[in-house]
Design a protein around this ligand. Structure first.
Ligand code: UGY
Ligand code: MN
Length: 300
């Protein structure tokens, strides 16, 4: 059956159609996969991207591997916070591990800008500095000693040696209240010139940057693993650790947690936390690790 519209009704329909027409045109311009002059298009390629591109964790909102437990902490590279610090001029520090979380030492990164400097550590505090980038000058007595990347310096408690950087530098610093009662001495060196030490059943390469005598209440080890190498001993010991992954990636086991880790990540290990590492990926791992080696466990 056909209807014939009366003239006013036909007019109303025509008006309605005219009103709706622009919306229909807009609807056609809703962005699809194909770009149009008005629309850049969507991109769904991430869904079927090649598996070898792997996961894209680059600044995923709110995501962090960082974790904080009573016997260990992982401070992912994404979680550092730099701020001004007493004694550091034109520099900021990120205190990654400190007595504030139960450690017997402080471990921090210092980001020194041009024309920056650092006063000596507080009285009674010893300091170890590893240069990660740039150059610093140590004022040792009347001598200026320049340290480039991969070199280190140890300042015994009550040292009056200051640090400065003309063009900027990035440092890893360990500090602790000296507790050994001996006579530790100022020293500097280059990581690569420090001799490789025997490691028993372990396959990693080991260097210890401080003398292994009772004058020192901690040591700083450099450990190198080829991809696929791992700790043979599933370590549990009374010593504390402050670790910074300098190169490579792998899996760190801490207690009952297994963490994917990469260069820049830092780890705090409390006494007796079960610890184990496997180097993975296609390039070697190097990490630097604080260990309160010769400290008498009875004295804490
Ligand atoms: O010396 C150490 O305790 C060292 N091997 N620990 C570690 O790498 N987690
Ligand atoms: Mn250990």
């Amino acid at each position: 059956m056909q209807f014939k519209l009366a003239a006013p009704a036909a007019l109303a329909v025509a008006l309605l159609a005219a009103l709706l027409a622009p919306q229909a045109a807009d609807a056609e311009e809703l962005c699809g996969l194909t770009p149009t002059p008005k629309c850049s298009g969507h991109d769904y390629s991430a869904v079927f991207r090649p598996a070898e591109r792997g996961l894209d964790f680059d600044n995923l909102p709110g995501y962090t591997r960082s974790a904080h437990h009573s016997d260990h902490a992982l401070i992912g590279v994404e979680s550092r916070v730099f701020a001004g610090q007493r004694g550091w001029r034109s520099a900021t520090t990120a205190h990654i591990i400190s007595p504030a979380r139960g450690a017997n030492f402080a471990m921090y990164l210092a980001d020194m800008a041009e024309e920056s400097s650092a006063e000596p550590a507080r009285a009674g505090v010893e300091r170890f500095v590893l240069v990660l980038q740039g150059e610093v000058t140590v004022r040792h007595g009347k001598k200026d000693i320049t340290l480039g990347a991969n070199s280190y310096a140890y300042f015994p408690p009550n040292s009056t040696d200051a640090l400065s950087s003309e063009d900027g530098a990035g440092l890893l610093v360990y500090e602790r209240v000296y507790a050994a009662g001996g006579a530790p001495a100022f020293s500097t060196g280059d990581v690569e010139e420090s001799p490789l030490l025997p490691t028993g059943p372990e396959v990693f390469k080991l260097r210890k940057l401080l003398p292994q005598t009772a004058d020192y209440d901690f040591n700083v080890h450099i450990m190198d693993f080829q991809p696929g190498e791992y700790l043979w001993v599933k370590e549990v010991h009374y010593n504390q650790h402050g670790l910074l992954l300098l190169e490579g990636k792998g899996i760190y086991r801490l207690g009952d947690s297994w963490y994917p880790v990469q260069a820049g990540d830092a780890i705090w290990m409390a006494p007796y936390v079960p610890q184990w590492y496997a180097a993975l990926g296609s390039s070697p791992t190097r990490y630097v690790i604080y260990k309160d080696t010769t400290l008498d466990p009875l004295l804490g």
